[in-house]
Design a protein around this ligand. Sequence first.
Ligand code: PLP
Length: 370
Amino acid sequence: MGKKIFVTQPSLPALEDFIPYLQKIWDSKWLTNNGEFHREFERRLAEYLGVKYVSLFTNGMIALQVGLQALRITGEVITTPFTFVATTHAIHWNNCKPVFCDIEPETFTMDPDKVEALITPQTTALMPVHVYGNPCDHEKLQKIADTYGLKLFYDAAHVFGVRKDGVSVCNWGDLSMLSFHATKVFNTFEGGALVTDDENMKKRIDFLKNFGFADEVTVVAPGSNGKMDEFRAAYGLLQLQIVDGEIAKRQKVAEFYREALKDVPGITMLYDLPGVRHNYAYFPILVDAEKYGITRDALYEKFKASGIMTRRYFYPLCSDFPTYRGLPSATAKNLPVATRVAQEILCLPMYADLTEEDLGKIIQFVAGKK
Ligand SMILES: *Cc1c(COP(=O)(O)O)cnc(C)c1O
């Protein structure tokens, strides 16, 4: 077996470019708690994304938990089962009940036409996910939120740098959460952020991520510790300089895949949506076992046996995990599209430095069913 091909690989800035930043941290001995790099990174990130306020976090999960606290979400939250477990877990950790809504067959995002039937007197919020960087149908979701007086909190972990009609999708809704985990398009090793256009909300989030401290002696809420440190904020500043180049390289990989796989029977791909600047975070395909000849799982196992790592992402659905599968909304009958997609989905290797040689191997494999 040759060298392994991983499903993802982070992009790092040049190490020598990081050294001067480290020197500054060592000189100042200011390691965390809103230091110079933290403030600069928040400012630059807001500029880059084209949003009003950014609050940095130590990871995306805590940002989700704090975001729900900041919005004072209680009762039931309508969300999607086709996401990473963090979305559902954050709702659970806030003592709220996730209510699963089915997804759209084209974009795999929460289907707005199925939301209203799930609203009860206990519903307080919608928590959709821009899955694989596909923006949700924001207009419809916002209209529902406005009509029923619900908060709209986007899990935007997949949409770093994604714009619709020139505007960052992180401007949508009441809050958006970003993740800078190592596997994402933009990484700070671990990290995350909340995005808001409301100055008071930004302030409240910043209290909550620092134990609830409003000043030295005033604790205004039972906060958590979600702060990002100076090391990662400095690294994030360097990442900002390379991210557009990395997205451009990812786009080339996506175009290569799309061209090479377009005539393979039983394989469906996602394409760019009109007016959207994508970030090519993932390259998901659907495997129709009948038309393709073998099942998704068989293809996955064959890939694995030859050292090519793919990922059944998202499978199982969040609604199938033990904590959530007893919920009334967790049935396959309520979630027909999500159930089918979870059975057929496979994410192929996708990262900026994927070589043409490796791409060739992967494509051979899918097209030749070897
Ligand atoms: C990665 C991810 C998260 C969690 O982010 P972390 O930074 O790893 O805590 C949440 N939601 C989705 C959809 C993700 O992909």
